[in-house]
Design a binder for this molecule. Sequence first.
Ligand code: DAH
Length: 356
Amino acid sequence: MTDDLASLEAETVAALSAAGDLRAWDAIRVGVLGKSGRLTLLLKALGALAPEARRARGEALNVLRDRLAAAIEARRLALEADALAARLAGERIDITLPPPPATEGLIHPISRAMEEIVAIFGAMGFTVAEGPDIETDWHNFGALNIPAHHPARADLDTFYLPPAEADGAPLVLRTHTSPVQVRSMLSAPPPIRVIVPGRTYRADHDATHSPMFHQCEGLVIGQGITLGHLKGCLIDFLRAFFALPDLPVRFRSSYFPFTEPSMEVDIGWDRKSGEIGGGKDWLEILGSGMVHPKVLANCGIDPREWQGFAFGMGIERVAMLKHGITDLRPFYESDLRWLRHYGSNPLAPAMLHEGL
Ligand code: DAH
């Protein structure tokens, strides 16, 4: 190799190793192999040589071109690997750090209460079931032992929709999550253990009622299920949800068409201060009972073989009590100040072992 070729190679190799990034690298590549690059110009100059000299010089230039092309390519790969390593080092996160406080995007207190309810019942082996917001009259009322003209229908301020079926029965916006009891029993044989968080609707609107609100239903069907199971399950739930291990819980006999016997469940609180668990007053928190044999039969389950209990609670109500919220309306007003105050960190999901 002649001196000029040797120095071209040496200079190019030195420049390549000095190039710190792909931009510097590209300038070197163009300066050597580009249209007016040093090697390209030498190749172009071959034409002016005598045939003998041209062959020898041509061979040397081709060898050099291959070597330089290989060195340039090798440097590109090395620079790319360096750039990737630097980026990965910059993007490294320590997944053992606790989540940062959320500054944007918070979980709405209704969603949060649902997550907590699901976490607690999930730990007791319940799965989540869902049903449609638009229900048939039969699922919402009939199958639940609330026949037409039953007085319970009048209490419910139902939104009726035009009938979809030839039988002329109206559709309704479900007035409670209880129709999903019926759907759960019809869709799979017992044993059943489900909770049903979801939207419900009643034509009612004031400081403590919204035409759209949320409930969570629960249903357990099994063999040998007793009132004792119902009580144990709901006491455990309420104490976990309100994070009060000694929360007083009272079962008061009541009436629902779909349970027999039926019970209203109250928790202890102080009416004056609003403190949950303290004082001598009682606050009604949910409805419950042993599933009525007629409801089991309506859903194709033999009441002589299977028993169960059910319960239903208002999600807004338990969220309001837990967080000391006194007005229902801001739940649906999307006021960012309210949401920032009552919202929860989305990076700290509801987990029982960390406390709720
Ligand atoms: N569906 C009732 C309501 O909306 C609540 C309820 C009471 C649900 C007793 C139940 C139950 O499953 O057993 O007021």
